[in-house]
Design a protein around this ligand. Structure first.
Ligand SMILES: Cc1cc2nc3c(=O)[nH]c(=O)nc-3n(C[C@H](O)[C@H](O)[C@H](O)COP(=O)(O)OP(=O)(O)OC[C@H]3O[C@@H](n4cnc5c(N)ncnc54)[C@H](O)[C@@H]3O)c2cc1C
Length: 430
C-alpha cells in the first residue's frame, strides 16, 4: 500500500483530492481503531462521519473492559472474544499514548460481582464454576470479606465474586487519543451524511459488484479503494441483501455521578443484577444501565433514572449523596447473536463491516481494528490465537475452536439465511 498521507484539514473533500486506499464511515470506537490500525500498516485513510467523532454511542459507554462479567455462563464465544480483547488492552493503550501524547489510563482494580439475595448468590456460584473451567481467575467472597475491600457496600449484601482480570477505561479519553493519533498521522475527517455506497457499473446491484466509494446526502461523491462501514446502530440502507448486517439499536440509559470531595467511595467496578457502578479516577461514578428495545429513541426517562438509583443505592447507599453530573442514553449496535460483524461484506468486493459491538464496543476496540486491518490487507491474522488455543486446551475441545475472524465474520448471517430459506432474510424486516 502507498505511504502515509500528508496532513489534510477536515471538511469537505475537494474533488481534486486523490482517492484514499480506505474510506471509513463512522468515527466511533469501531471505526476509529480500524482507521488507526490501517494507518499503522501504511494505508492512506479518510474518515467520514455526519457528526463529531465519538459523539454517538461511544460517548455514552461506561468503559468496562469486562469479558467475564459481560459473558453469559453458557456462551463461551463471548468469553473467548472478550478475553482476547482485554489481553490486548495494555499494549493498545500504550500505543495510543505514544502516538497521541494523551494518557489512556487503565483502571485495573477488577470487578466485584454482588449478590443481593440467595438466588443471586447461587448464580454467582454457578458463574464461578464456569469461569474456573475456562481458566479465568475468580474468587468467591463472603459478605464480610467484600465489605473489607469496599466499605461503602451495604450490610445487606449476600455475597460477592471477585474478578481481578476485568478492567475499565474512560471511553471519551480513548476517542480523544485515537482522534489525536489519526490527526498526527495526517488522516482527514469529512463531515457528511453517507446516503449510499457507490458500486462499479453505476448502482447496478448484483453479485460481483465492487464498492468504489460513497455518496453523501448533499450529492458529494467520495471515491476510495475500499469502504469500511462502522456506522454503529444505524447500519446503511440500500445495500444488496447479501451484503447487509442485521443490526438493531438496543437502548441503554445511565447516570454520571460526581463526589465533590474526590475519588474513594468505591475502588472497584461493582456489578449487580443488570446494573453496575464504574468508578473513574477523578471522583466520577457511572451508574448504569438499562437495556431497552425502543428503536432509535434516545430520550432519558424518569423511570430509568429512578430504577438505576434505587438499585444502586440498595448496595451502595452513599451514591445518593453524590451530585448528578450527566444523564445519558445511547444505542448499542446489536446483531441477532450478540457478536460483532467484523470483516468482508459478502457479495460486494471492497466493502467491509465493523459493527454490532452491542455491550462491548469499548472492550473490543483493542481487536476490532487489528482484525479488520488484517482481513483487508490479506494478512494471516494471529489476533486472539493464544486465547483460542488456551480455551481449547482448558475445555478439552475435540476439534479446534473457530478463530476469532470466523466468529465475527459478517457472512455468518448470509449463510444462515441460505441454509434455511431462499427468500429475504428474516431480519430484513427488523
Ligand atoms: C449505556 C451504555 C453503556 C455501555 N457501556 C459499555 C461498557 O462499559 N463497555 C463496553 O465495552 N461497551 C459499552 N457499551 C457499548 C459501546 O458503547 C458500543 O458497543 C460502541 O460504542 C459502539 O461503537 P460504534 O463505533 O459501533 O458506534 P457509535 O459510537 O454510535 O459510532 C457510529 C458512528 O457512525 C456515524 N454514522 C452512522 N451512520 C452514518 C452515516 N450514514 N453517515 C455518516 N456517519 C454515520 C455516527 O454519527 C457515529 O459517529 C455501552 C453502550 C451503552 C448504550
Amino acid at each position: 500500500m502507498p505511504g502515509r498521507q500528508t496532513p489534510v484539514t477536515s471538511p469537505p473533500a475537494p474533488a481534486s483530492d486523490p482517492a484514499p486506499d480506505v474510506l471509513v464511515v463512522g468515527a466511533g470506537l469501531a471505526g476509529l481503531p480500524v482507521a488507526w490500525e490501517l494507518v499503522r500498516r501504511g494505508a492512506t485513510v479518510r474518515i467520514v462521519d455526519r457528526a463529531t467523532p465519538g459523539q454517538a454511542t461511544s460517548r455514552v459507554a461506561a468503559g468496562m473492559l469486562a469479558p467475564v462479567t459481560e459473558a453469559e455462563p453458557d456462551d463461551p464465544d463471548h468469553l473467548l472474544l472478550g478475553t482476547a480483547a482485554v489481553e490486548r488492552w495494555p499494549a493498545f493503550a500504550a500505543g495510543l499514548e505514544d502516538a497521541s501524547g494523551i494518557a489512556v489510563p487503565l483502571h485495573r482494580r477488577g470487578t466485584l460481582a454482588l449478590a443481593r439475595d440467595r438466588d443471586e448468590a447461587e448464580a454467582l456460584d454457578r458463574f464461578a464454576r464456569v469461569c474456573t473451567g475456562f481458566g479465568v481467575a475468580v474468587e468467591r467472597l463472603l459478605p464480610s470479606a467484600a465489605r473489607r475491600l469496599e466499605p461503602a457496600l451495604a450490610p445487606t449484601l449476600r455475597g460477592a465474586l471477585s474478578v481481578p482480570g476485568d478492567a475499565a477505561v474512560d471511553p471519551r479519553r480513548v476517542v480523544e487519543a485515537l482522534v489525536a493519533a489519526l490527526g498526527a498521522a495526517g488522516v482527514a475527517t469529512t463531515v457528511g451524511d453517507v446516503a449510499r455506497v457507490t458500486l462499479d457499473g453505476g448502482d447496478a446491484i448484483g453479485s460481483g459488484s465492487r464498492a468504489t466509494g460513497v455518496g453523501l446526502a448533499d450529492g458529494t461523491e467520495l471515491r476510495a479503494g475500499e469502504v469500511v462501514l462502522a456506522t454503529g446502530a444505524w447500519g446503511l440502507e440500500g445495500l444488496p441483501a447479501a451484503a447487509r448486517v442485521p443490526v438493531r439499536p438496543v437502548k441503554g440509559q445511565l447516570l454520571v455521578l460526581r463526589d465533590p470531595s474526590g475519588p474513594g467511595l468505591v475502588e472497584r467496578v461493582l456489578r449487580f443484577g443488570t446494573g453496575y457502578v464504574v468508578p473513574r479516577d477523578d471522583g466520577r461514578y457511572v451508574l448504569g444501565a438499562t437495556t431497552e428495545e425502543q428503536g432509535f429513541d434516545t430520550q432519558v426517562t424518569a423511570w430509568a433514572l429512578h430504577d438505576l438509583l434505587r438499585d444502586g443505592a440498595e448496595l451502595v447507599p452513599g451514591l445518593l449523596d453524590l451530585a448528578v453530573e450527566e444523564t445519558l442514553a445511547g444505542l448499542r449496535p446489536t446483531t441477532p447473536d450478540g457478536l460483532p460483524a467484523i470483516g468482508a461484506a459478502p457479495g460486494v468486493g471492497g466493502l467491509w463491516w465493523a459493527t454490532g459491538h452491542h455491550r462491548n464496543g469499548v472492550l473490543l476496540a483493542s481487536l476490532t481494528g487489528a482484525l479488520l486491518a488484517d482481513a483487508l490487507t490479506g494478512a494471516d491474522t494471529t489476533v486472539g490465537t493464544d486465547a483460542t488455543v488456551r480455551a481449547d486446551a482448558l475445555t478439552g475441545a475435540d476439534a479446534p475452536r473457530d478463530d476469532l475472524a470466523t466468529l465475527v465474520d459478517p457472512a455468518r448471517f448470509t449463510r444462515t439465511t441460505n441454509e434455511h430459506d431462499d427468500g429475504d432474510p428474516p431480519w430484513l424486516s427488523w
